[in-house]
Design a protein around this ligand. Structure first.
Ligand SMILES: [Zn+2]
Length: 309
């Protein structure tokens, strides 16, 4: 779904266009809501330096893994590109998923031994023996001994050359180096969603907005003018949503990712007028909706945007 944009300048650096298509929820997470309100430089900087890491957030990875039956292609692209650990009786080893199968990453251990995928190990044995001056016949025997070896048992395939063929019993995501999502990402989504409500009033030079723009430009820390709360709802569901929750006491935007991960972004001392929208995107059916909520219930500021003192 594309929200039309009436302005001519980038909503982050305020530079004159040309403007390009921006995904409010990162495309890597399956996001489809777009608008053309960022210059290409801000767009690519945010994409590479901020949003690219979102898909490594442990909560995101666990969510897509949980929903893998409902959103198979997204789960495949996010989960398979992330490092995994294979567990075996003799030990554990880091690796990755290729064509749905765990493949161990080749590595040398401190004791001089090597961990390799079996097909690579076959080639390594032949190379090592060839370098040691062995003829083809004993090399073939050594390779056959590896192929016939029982799993998890030490086997001497040639004099002084021992192998253990690991049976991988369990494969899990390696979340040890997975960074938590930078809170600037929900702040960016919320700021862009507010822009969809406020229109060109989002260009206002009030400190509350200038600070957010500066933070999204420098990508340092969440500014004092906003507060990002990280929440958890009860269950995973295959949808993303963004909701402008109103101005009580200040503008608040809630973002839901994969149903369960929720962020509330509070824009302190700022109110936004006009109709309030809730956007939902079913990830399993690709259905998108934007509904107006509670139009009459709240007393909204008359102007599109109101900065409190
Ligand atoms: Zn820009």
């Amino acid at each position: 779904m594309k929200v039309p944009w009436p302005g001519k300048c980038c909503i982050i650096c305020l530079g004159a266009g040309p403007l390009c298509e921006e995904h409010l929820i990162p495309r890597a997470l399956g996001g489809r809501l777009t608008s053309e309100f960022l210059c290409s430089s801000c767009n690519s900087r945010l994409g590479h330096d901020l949003e690219a890491a979102a898909k490594s957030d442990p909560s995101i990875l666990l969510a897509v893994q949980h929903l893998s039956e409902q959103i198979p292609s997204l789960a495949k692209s996010l989960v398979e590109s992330h490092p995994h650990i294979g567990y075996s009786e003799p030990g554990a080893a880091r690796g990755y998923i290729q064509n749905g199968e765990f493949r161990v990453r080749s590595q040398s251990l401190d004791d001089g031994s090597i961990i390799q995928p079996t097909d690579d190990a076959t080639k390594s044995i032949a190379t090592i023996l060839r370098k040691s001056g062995y003829q083809e016949n004993p090399i073939e025997n050594a390779v056959a001994a590896l192929q016939d070896a029982s799993e998890n048992k030490l086997v001497e395939v040639a004099p002084g050359l021992e192998v253990v063929k690991w049976r991988v019993d369990r494969v899990e995501l390696d979340l040890s180096n997975a960074p938590m999502m930078n809170p600037l990402i929900p702040a960016k989504i919320a700021f862009e969603f507010l822009a969809c409500h406020a229109g060109t009033a989002i260009y206002d030079q009030v400190p509350q907005l200038s600070e957010v723009r500066r933070a999204l430009y420098t990508m340092e820390t969440v500014p004092d003018s906003i507060r990002v709360d990280r929440l958890l709802s009860s269950k995973y569901e295959p949808f993303h949503g963004i909701c402008f929750e109103g101005n009580d006491p200040y503008a608040r935007v809630q973002i839901r990712l994969f149903g369960r991960l929720a962020f509330r972004v509070n824009f302190l001392r700022l109110s936004v007028g006009g109709p309030r929208f809730v956007y939902t995107h079913r990830l399993d059916t690709s259905e998108e909706r934007a509904d107006i909520i509670d139009e009459s219930k709240h007393s909204e500021p008359k102007t599109a945007l109101h900065a409190h003192r």
